[in-house]
Design a protein around this ligand. Structure first.
Ligand SMILES: *Cc1c(COP(=O)(O)O)cnc(C)c1O
Length: 360
């Protein structure tokens, strides 16, 4: 079933066609567990892949403008865990803080804020999916005396819109608001932003006044295990780090046991494919995105593709097409994400299905 479904899979940002180094299969005989943080001091727990984890986090460090000695973070089970981690960190540093995020923010942010009892202020989103800056100013002014915990998304889940970090920073400055934690959700876009050649691409790294970034590694870069990366600056994590005598080390993450296999697979993917390959892949994804957009425009009025995006948003087709193609839907909209495995032939067949569908 999985093999069959793979050939129609265009609705979610996951790919299914990558080479795995057979030498890694032997590792399945062992339980490799990264209980403690990769940057914590050595623990008495030795069956780990700590070096691979540090190495993975440091990959592209110079592109994030994050000095290696200043870096903290770890390999998570996915972006959703990053999300709990950063909100927990923000709450430790700003117990009275209010969370601001647009209505198009990923669902797990609202859930995590609820779990941690963080007051949440939802900001209206524009039709493109980008946060509405006027609404942000209005709501921030109403709560000016409390710290601001701000989630910005670069590539929103449904429309791949990007909230503008510079505009948000300008607003905070104009209001003399210095007690804030800005987190960047770059779950999917992170994988290719450093390599994209475009005048519109967002500049969202640590040389600006942000405190954390979360990404899903199992999306664009790929890994057979669900995983992500949480990155922050060391100076912010002191409130979270706890010495555990049982381990003889510190643990500052949400999870206790963590997959030691994931960082090894991650390291292997980077080593095997390399930056030039990623650059080529990005070009090809942007090309198929344009191809689908043009094809759909011939038959439908509404299609939306935001800047530097591989997500095409369109009117929701009938249910059998939605299920056959694993389309993600939101109200009367659906989208396709043009990941590396999506070919022009797959697009042609999909557009043909839509052209033949009954008028709803
Ligand atoms: C996929 C995605 C998430 C969730 O990430 P997981 O790794 O699946 O937990 C959050 N935000 C955005 C914008 C996403 O695209």
């Amino acid at each position: 079933q999985i093999e069959e479904r793979k050939n129609c899979f265009i609705g979610y940002p996951h790919r299914n066609d990558l080479y795995i180094n057979p030498e890694l299969f032997d590792l399945l005989h062992y339980h490799i567990n990264n209980i403690w943080g990769p940057f914590a001091h050595d623990s008495t727990y030795k069956m780990n892949s700590r070096e691979f984890e540090c190495n993975t986090l440091q990959y592209r460090a110079e592109k994030y403008h994050l000095d290696e000695s200043q870096m903290d973070g770890y390999v998570t089970t996915g972006w959703t865990e990053c999300n709990q981690q950063w909100l927990w960190l923000a709450k430790k540093n700003y117990p009275q803080g209010i969370l601001y995020c647009s209505q198009d923010t990923h669902y797990s942010v609202f859930k995590a804020a609820d779990m941690m009892n963080i007051e949440t202020c939802i900001i209206v989103a524009q039709d493109t999916g980008e946060i509405d800056y006027n609404d942000f100013v209005k709501k921030l002014s109403e709560n000016k005396d409390k710290p601001a915990i701000i989630n910005l998304t670069i590539g929103t889940t449904v429309k791949w819109a990007s909230d503008n970090l510079d505009k948000i920073l300008e607003i905070l400055k104009s209001m003399n608001k210095e007690d804030h934690h800005i987190h960047i959700d770059a779950a999917l876009s992170w994988g290719f932003l450093p390599f994209i050649e475009s005048d519109t691409k967002p500049d969202i790294w640590f040389h600006k006044d942000i405190k954390s970034i979360g990404i899903s590694w199992h999306k664009f870069i790929w890994c057979p295990l669900s995983c992500g990366i949480f990155l922050t600056r060391k100076e912010y994590t002191a409130s979270q780090s706890e010495y555990i005598p049982y381990l003889n080390s510190t643990n500052s993450g949400i999870s206790w046991s963590r997959s030691g296999l994931a960082p090894i697979f991650l390291r292997d993917t980077i080593q095997h494919y390399g930056d030039e390959w990623f650059r080529q892949q990005i070009k090809s994804c942007l090309d198929t995105t344009q191809y689908l957009k043009d094809k759909l425009k011939e038959i439908w009025q509404y299609t939306l593709v935001n800047n530097d995006s591989i997500t095409v948003v369109f009117q929701k087709p009938q249910d059998d097409i939605v299920h056959k193609r694993s389309l993600a839907c939101d109200g009367n909209l659906a989208h396709a994400v043009l990941m590396q495995h999506v070919t022009k032939d797959m697009i042609d067949l999909f557009v043909q299905d839509i052209a033949n569908q009954k008028v709803l």
